[in-house]
Write a protein that binds this ligand. Structure first.
Ligand code: 4AD
Ligand code: MG
Length: 471
């Protein structure tokens, strides 16, 4: 279907003014007056709608009515002319085709809907300004991440989605099985023998372990794919399915990987400031005052760094009453992270050297034998967006911790092999794409950063039924 995108008309209006153009899109709003009717049309290429003007002398009422229906898909041919407002352009319609009529039950009528309501219609909410802008940013953000790694000599690798190991060791794996309920099965072993793979399998929580394999041959790699956690956390920042970017770098210690993480965040923020200026302005106006200044600051100033032990001191001296008491050895809760980011540092902060007991098995033990060479990047308003560490590359130390944590050695034989055959210092991190989306848009709920959010007790499976009150 030959047509010009609305963004092209706005961006290069000098090429089209006074000429016949064809546009396609969905009707966002419409207005009917005595001699003319107006439609605000959007095709997803830009936040700004193009106004289409229908002269009633040329279009009959019965032809016009379905073209004005909210949600209708139409194709319009006409002349691009200057609009009423300075710099604006509009289309004086000459002919129009109804591509897809919209039923009067279309749930997004003119009023502004709440994000909660829009979550119940994931198949339609993309047609609002908020979600249109959100998913354009998500696309640009993903592109920027790939560009950063590509420009810096990293290889994009694909790690398995179905796996037998629990990388984070937290037992938050979704099971993958083809065996249903079977009362004749006597034991777990028998169950798994019958199962598709002949053993227990699950959806990956992280591509890291396989990423390490690739890095210890290719040098610098990254993954960018879906990861899954059956975490029973019904919060605004946890999703059961989320996308993770996990670089893994051979010959890199903790400081090296912190530098890479910093460069990556600054690069992608700078990229968005350029490529999504209109969308970010929209989010600043609707969701977070000062958003653009915040992002400019991220792009142009250093991140803070504090070790866990000093962070605990800061929390203890804060004089705050935290719901979770603060003691050396405790895991940092959201309220603690928020205090550090929002009140103390007021910018992204790397918290380093956590107690080994609260972190994953693969992290390199520090010489103090108490802490590990790990860091989380915390940002104001969201909390942790990156989990990062240098990996334990000493065979004996790794074996010891696998045994201490009562993990099955046979599951980690290949991982241990990497420490037997040419082991090198290596480090990596995982950035949660949706958490990063929350940070760059100021949106308060992870459910609004991904097209089909999956959270505890909510699969929201293709809801094509619209709540009764909106019928
Ligand atoms: O800190 P995490 O658990 O680290 C890992 O998975 C490492 N294997 C990464 C690595 O070193 N290669 O998770 C990394 C990031 C978190 O900082 C957070 O941004 C995001 O993944 N994340 C989640 N995002 C949404 N919902 C959840 N349930 C998340 N769990 C982690
Ligand atoms: Mg983490």
């Amino acid at each position: 279907m030959k047509h010009t995108s609305i963004s092209e008309l706005f961006n290069h209006k000098e090429n089209y003014l006074g000429k016949q153009v064809t546009v396609c899109g969905w009707v966002r709003t419409s207005r009917d007056s005595k001699n003319v009717a107006f439609v605000e049309l959007n095709d997803g290429s830009t936040l700004t709608h193009i106004q289409v003007v229908f002269e009633k002398s040329e279009f009959g009422d019965s032809q016009l009515a379905p073209l004005l229906a909210l949600g209708a898909a139409i194709k319009v041919e006409g002349k691009l002319v200057s609009g009423m407002k300075a710099e604006s352009v509009e289309i004086a319609a000459k002919s129009a085709t109804l591509l897809g009529a919209s039923d009067p039950s279309y749930p997004m009528q003119k009023k502004r809907h709440t994000l909660e309501f829009l979550r119940t219609i994931p198949h339609l909410r993309v047609r609002t300004n908020t979600f249109n802008a959100m998913f354009r940013i998500r696309s640009e953000l993903s592109y920027a991440i790939h560009s950063f790694f590509h420009e810096n000599g990293f290889y994009y690798v694909h790690t398995p989605i179905i796996t037998g190991s629990d990388c984070e060791g937290a037992g938050e794996i979704f099971k993958v099985t083809t065996v249903g309920y079977d009362p004749t099965v006597k034991s777990e072993e028998e169950y798994y023998r019958k199962d598709f793979f002949g053993c227990a399998a699950g959806l990956t929580v992280s591509g890291q372990l396989e990423g390490e394999t690739m890095a210890t041959a290719l040098g610098k790699i990254y993954t960018f794919g879906p990861t899954f956690r059956a975490e029973n956390s019904n919060t605004t920042r946890h999703a059961a399915e989320f996308w993770q970017i996990e670089p893994e770098v051979a010959f890199a210690e903790l400081d090296d990987i912190i530098e890479i993480a910093t460069d990556m965040i600054k690069y992608i923020v700078r990229y968005l400031l350029k490529s999504c200026a209109a969308e970010l302005k929209f989010f600043e106006e609707r969701f977070e005052a000062g958003l653009i200044a915040k992002l400019e600051n991220v792009a142009n100033s250093d991140f803070a760094r504090v070790d866990y032990t000093s962070a605990i001191d800061l929390l203890k001296k804060s004089g705050k009453q935290f719901a979770y008491p603060v003691e050396w050895g405790c895991d940092l809760q959201t309220e603690h992270e928020r205090y550090l980011t929002d009140e103390v540092f007021k910018k992204p902060v790397f918290v380093t050297d956590y107690p080994k007991e609260i972190k994953s098995f693969y992290m390199k033990l520090n010489p103090d034998n108490k802490t590990v060479a790990a860091t989380d990047l915390l940002v104001p308003g969201v909390g942790e967006i990156i989990g990062c560490s240098e990996r334990e590359n000493d065979y004996d130390k790794l074996l010891k911790i696998i045994k201490e944590r009562k993990m099955k050695i046979e599951d980690y034989e290949q991982y241990l092999d990497l420490r037997k055959f040419g082991s090198v210092p290596h480090s990596g991190f995982g950035l949660g794409l949706e958490r990063m989306m929350m940070y760059v848009t100021g949106i308060g709920n992870i459910r609004d950063t991904i097209a089909y959010p999956r959270t505890v007790k909510n699969l929201n499976q293709n809801i094509y039924t619209i709540p009764k009150s909106f019928r």
